[in-house]
Design a protein around this ligand. Structure first.
Ligand SMILES: CC(C)(COP(=O)(O)OP(=O)(O)OC[C@H]1O[C@@H](n2cnc3c(N)ncnc32)[C@H](O)[C@@H]1OP(=O)(O)O)[C@@H](O)C(=O)NCCC(=O)NCCS
Length: 152
């Protein structure tokens, strides 16, 4: 069993989250490098900027110096957030490198995500699950919601 340290990404570690997100995309059959040449820069600016403003937190799981897992939480920009002061959080980029799976790393990252959302006054955590993720989220208490969408 590996000794894994789960913690917030420091500013210079934000590109590690982009790298993990790319590995996740490739595993799921959609290489981000085919979609855009400079998405990493935009990704780091987006989430790094939000993290600096305390509107998001990037959590990484480290095995030594290597980032082997990731989960990102951010406050959703929604009118209820402002009108009722009841923000919700959204989770992105939940990924654990294959050799490190089934050791509870994603669960630990998600626990950090949920604690962060609570500390930031959120009343709900939302995400879009992959087939792989469903069992994890269900055991953590997530319900399938009523959200709908229309592809244009
Ligand atoms: C989904 C993913 C993040 C899970 O990471 P992980 O570190 O292996 O998850 P954990 O070890 O914390 O799993 C916690 C629990 O979730 C459930 N679980 C996790 N992976 C599972 C799987 N493949 N099949 C069934 N249950 C699973 C189990 O209940 C597990 O507890 P257990 O190992 O005691 O049975 C990882 O498989 C992954 O990166 N997949 C590819 C990317 C992806 O789909 N990400 C989710 C996007 S929404």
């Amino acid at each position: 069993v590996h000794i894994i340290d789960c913690r917030s990404a420091r500013f210079h570690e934000v590109p590690m989250a982009a790298e993990l997100r790319q590995d996740m995309a490739v595993e799921m059959g959609a290489n981000f490098d085919d979609l855009s040449v400079d998405w990493r820069t935009a990704f780091c600016r987006y989430f790094g900027g939000k993290q600096a403003a305390c509107r998001a937190e990037i959590f990484l799981a480290f095995h030594g110096d290597e980032a082997v897992g990731c989960a990102i939480v951010s406050i959703i920009d929604d009118y209820r957030n402002v009108v009722f002061n009841t923000p919700s959080a959204f989770v992105n980029a939940v990924f654990v490198r294959p050799p490190y799976r089934r050791q509870g790393i994603a669960r630990r990252l998600m626990e950090l995500v949920i604690a962060w959302a609570r500390e930031h006054g959120c009343i709900r955590v939302r995400l879009r699950s992959s087939d792989d993720g469903r069992a994890l989220y269900t055991t953590m208490g997530f319900n399938v919601g009523r959200e709908m969408e229309l592809d244009l």
